[in-house]
Design a protein around this ligand. Sequence first.
Ligand SMILES: [Zn+2]
Length: 178
Amino acid sequence: MLSDHPVLEFLNTTPMVEGKLRDLFRTDADVLNTLARLGWPTQFKGAALLSAARNLREELRQLIENRKTGDPLDLAQLNKFLAEARSHLELSQDKKGSLAVHRVWEHRTAQQALAPVAEAAADLLATGDFELIRRCESETCVLWFYDRTRSHHRRWCSMASCGNRHKVAAFRKRNSEA
Ligand SMILES: [Zn+2]
């Protein structure tokens, strides 16, 4: 996971591609695939998941940007998602007899299907270290990451793309000045 946090990964589903924002959510199936990749439940079978996911994503983008800059947070929409959530704990036992507790979600509505994302986002906003939650430094990039490097000097969404482009540009600049 490039961003090092599932909520930021969810946010990062609108990357900039050749100067234009590209929405990786185009169908309900795209949303379900992303939920699966991030380890969230995907049993939702209803309709309108796409528009709910896009709404939640834009709410989260605004909240995370405002949290980062210290601007006021309008929590009403996220709280609506949270109020829709229905979940309970379940105890299970494997063949060797070990017990494990896990959370079971209802997902009758699109909002309920996205509730785990909303809950993780609420937790991130409340307890995340926003010194370390940053946007990629590339001017042409909109991706976020949680800097979990030991030195806390991470600058790029990925070394392979933005980091490398920066290195090549800096090299060209040095050479042209020489
Ligand atoms: Zn980037």
